[in-house]
Every structure is written in C-alpha cells, then in structure tokens.
Design a protein around this ligand. Structure first.
Ligand code: NAP
Ligand code: HSE
Length: 329
C-alpha cells in the first residue's frame, strides 16, 4: 500500500489537533482511502518550547529541511500571518505537494494565486478551515454554486467574538474575562486584536466572496467594525428589548453586479437567522436563487473542529488522486 508522506507547518492549537486526529484515524483513513499516511515532519518557530511528544517525527524550525524531504506529498499549514506562509505554500506546490491551510489572513489575499499555481502543478488546495472553523461552508458553497447563484451571504464568522457577546449576555461576564476564556479555550488568534476588531471576520468574508462571486470588493471600501465598544449595559438593555447583539459580516451582489460588504455589530430579533447562534458557534446564512435561504451553524473555532475539516480536506484530495478499491472498515 502506498504511503503518503505529510508535513505539518505550525504546531499550536490547530497543528496539534491535526496530528492527533491523523493518529487517531490512521487505520480508518488507510482503509477508506487505500493509502497510508505518515507524518514525516513538523515545522515550529520556537525550538525551546515544551511540546507534546511526536515519536518518530522530524521537528524543525527550518522550513528548508522540510522542503528538502524527498517524496513529500501533502503539507498542512497552520501558522500565522501572510508571510512566510504564502512563500512556503508556493514553494511546496511548485514541488508537487497538495496543500491544506487554515490560515485565512494569508488565504484571503493569496488564495486565488495559490489555486492557480496548484492547477498548473496538478495538485489541490484545501481551505475549508480558513472560514468558520468546523462548519463546512466552503464545500457547501462549492456544491450549491454548481446550480445556484448566490445573492447574499450574512454570517457570524468569528467564534471568539460570538463567545464574548454570549458570555456577556448569559453570564454577565466582563469583556476582558470572556476574551481571556476564549484564549484559554484555543478560539482566539495569536493576536486577539484580529478577533475583536473584526479583521478576522473580514478576511473570512473575502474568502467567501472570491468563492461565491469570483471577486472581492476593494478592501478599503469595506467598513470593518469590531465588538470592543459594546458595554455590558448595552448587551443587557438589548436583552430586555428581546434583541441580541451579533457580530455580522455581510456581502451582497447588486443587480449591476457590484459587491457591497460590511462587518460590524448588529442588533437582531428572534426572526433573524443569526439570533439563536450562541457561544463559539458560527452561522452563515446564504441567499440563492433556487434553494432560497440556507443557514449553516456549527463550531467556528477550536482545536478539533478546525483540525477535523483539514483532515476531511486531506481525505477529499486523496479520494480525487488515488485509485482505490472498496474495503470495509
Ligand atoms: P497558535 O496556537 O498560535 O499556533 C501557531 C503555530 O504556528 C505555533 O506552533 C507557532 O510556532 C507556529 N508558527 C507561527 N509562525 C511561524 C513561522 N513563521 N514559522 C514557523 N512556525 C510558525 O495558532 P492556531 O490557533 O493553531 O492557529 C494557526 C492558524 O490557523 C492561524 O492562521 C489561525 O488563524 C488559523 N485558525 C485557527 C483556528 C483556531 O480555532 N485556533 C481556527 C481556524 C483557523 P511556535 O509553537 O514555535 O510558536
Ligand atoms: N480566532 C478565530 C475565531 C478562529 O475565533 O473565529 C477560527 O477561525
């Protein structure tokens, strides 16, 4: 049986989740995909940190040592920021590796370039984890776009913000305390400014825009607001009025084909599709011509939801690229 050699770039919340799921599901994946997986190498930045044990895996802070591994076929990327992630992924694609990324900051800007490069080199790019954590919004959009046109997407796209707003409403938590909990739970970004400023939701909205509309609005035209200005009194007042604060990222296509997008706090009532979505959950409400309105809900951040969709991307890519016989599990 063929052995698929993979590397994991980044070994924080998400990278460790990928490693754990690959180990736990190794036998099942082998049976269902007809190929065996071997984690060959892990890239980290700080070699002095204490980490979980990864027996037999080469751990390095030097990307070139990973790039040089002969026969590497898949690279999972879970590091932070545009660079060096974009550079690393371009380099491994050029060597013929499939790539699977969780890095929305990088992918919002360079996703199209990476996909074009991958096409040229006959490899695949998985990016389900870039948007809405464990919610399969990318796969769903890809599917429905084969038949439908999308007019509007409205979503809670940041789990940390939604968690904070929910804790402020249900537990009367202070903003800072709820943010700290979100960090401990592995929901927040390395720099949580990205979560609470709306930047994280904005990047995810741009990824959805590219997929749904084939283009992005000019970034400077999008008003981006975060949640940092909302007070516990405002949250409680809204609750008394039967309303809830939601951090909503929204994009729609006008009849003239122009895109308009915004990211910010909205007060919504019980009739709104995003009203009931609490905690770390994300919700994405999609308006289309044939299906009508569709709302996806699920965990928008966290180690295992995010890692799970990355391993699902791996399975999908292997399903497309390997010939296999059906074996019962
Ligand atoms: P994290 O816990 O901070 O881990 C980041 C990892 O990347 C660390 O192991 C760090 O190395 C490594 N790293 C960072 N910059 C590097 C560089 N230049 N070269 C080599 N290694 C580098 O972050 P995370 O929560 O796992 O998130 C990883 C990525 O997934 C981010 O792009 C994030 O936006 C995205 N994401 C996260 C979630 C989530 O729920 N956490 C969900 C969806 C997507 P050291 O350990 O040595 O510092
Ligand atoms: N920090 C992000 C969030 C992680 O809270 O939604 C998932 O992309």
């Amino acid at each position: 049986m063929a052995i698929i050699q993979v590397a994991i770039l980044g070994f924080g919340t998400v990278g460790q989740g990928i490693y754990q799921i690959l180990n736990e599901k190794k036998t099942q994946l082998k049976h269902s995909l007809g190929v065996e997986i071997e984690v060959k190498a892990i890239l980290i930045r700080d070699s002095t940190k204490n980490r979980m044990a990864t027996p037999g895996v080469f751990v390095t802070d030097n990307f070139e040592e990973i790039e040089a591994i002969p026969g590497l076929q898949v690279v999972f990327e879970a590091i932070v920021g545009e660079e060096p992630a974009y550079d690393y992924l371009r380099r491994v694609i050029q060597k013929g590796c499939h790539v699977i990324t969780a890095n929305k900051v990088m992918f919002a800007k360079y996703g199209l370039e990476l996909q074009e490069l991958a096409l040229k080199h006959d490899v695949h790019v998985g990016y389900e984890a870039t948007t809405a954590g464990g919610v399969p919004v990318i796969k769903t959009l890809k599917n429905l776009l084969q038949v439908n046109q999308v007019y509007r997407i409205q979503g809670i796209l940041n789990g940390t913000s939604n968690y904070i707003l929910t804790e402020m409403r249900l537990q009367e938590s202070l903003f800072e305390d709820a943010l700290q909990e979100a960090q401990i739970l592995g929901y927040a970004e390395a720099d949580p400014y990205n979560d609470i400023s709306g930047q994280d939701a904005f990047r995810k909205l741009m990824i959805l825009s590219t997929l749904a509309f084939g283009q992005q609005p000019k970034w400077e035209d999008v008003v981006i607001e975060g949640i940092a200005d909302v007070s516990i009194e405002q949250v409680q007042d809204a609750t008394r009025d039967g309303l809830r604060f939601r951090h909503v990222a929204e994009i729609s296509k006008g009849v003239d084909g122009s895109l308009s997008a915004s990211v910010g706090l909205r007060l919504v009532g019980p009739e709104h599709p995003l009203y009931a979505i609490d905690g770390v959950n994300n919700g994405i409400s999609i308006d289309t011509n044939y299906i009508g309105n569709l709302t996806l809900i699920g965990p928008g951040a966290g180690k295992f939801p995010t890692a799970s969709v990355m391993v699902e991307d791996y399975a999908e890519i292997m399903g497309k690229t390997t010939t296999k016989t059906l074996v019962s599990i």
